[in-house]
Design a protein around this ligand. Structure first.
Ligand code: SF4
Ligand code: SF4
Length: 120
């Protein structure tokens, strides 16, 4: 369940407000996101995934209030950690560059380009 919006990190981009399929967030003062309907959270992690500045923490415990501490989570680098586990991060390549299917497509394309340049 969503537990934390770090107002020190939040840049008020509204992405989580728009991305949340359960309309859990409101845009608060200065655009800072606020958790308005916590019990509607379905623990899908989309907000944490899309937040560009790692200002959110979704606890994997879907059914209970996880009494987390922001300072402790920050010290453990856990804010936005789901995003990093998925290979997403601002300014960083996504995980698709390591996807073997994509690598095969690149290899096939290179072979085709080579065949076109050197027809038999
Ligand atoms: S985890 Fe999913 S449902 Fe919960 S607040 Fe984030 S986007 Fe909304
Ligand atoms: S996505 Fe992150 S930075 Fe943007 S409003 Fe939500 S918490 Fe703030």
């Amino acid at each position: 369940m969503i537990e934390i919006v770090d107002s020190d990190r939040c840049i008020g981009c509204d992405i989580c407000v728009k991305a949340c399929p359960r309309d859990v967030f409101d845009s608060g003062d200065n655009g800072i996101a606020v958790i308005a309907r916590k019990s509607d959270c379905q623990t899908c992690f989309l907000c944490e995934l899309y937040c560009p500045v790692d200002a959110l923490y979704v606890s994997p415990y879907a059914e209970l209030d996880d009494e987390v501490d922001k300072e402790q989570l920050t010290a453990q680098n856990l804010l936005g950690s789901y995003t990093r586990h998925m290979g997403w991060h601002q300014g960083k390549m996504g995980g698709t560059d390591k996807d073997p299917t994509r690598q095969l497509r690149i290899l096939n394309r290179a072979r085709q380009d080579n065949a076109n340049l050197n027809p038999m």
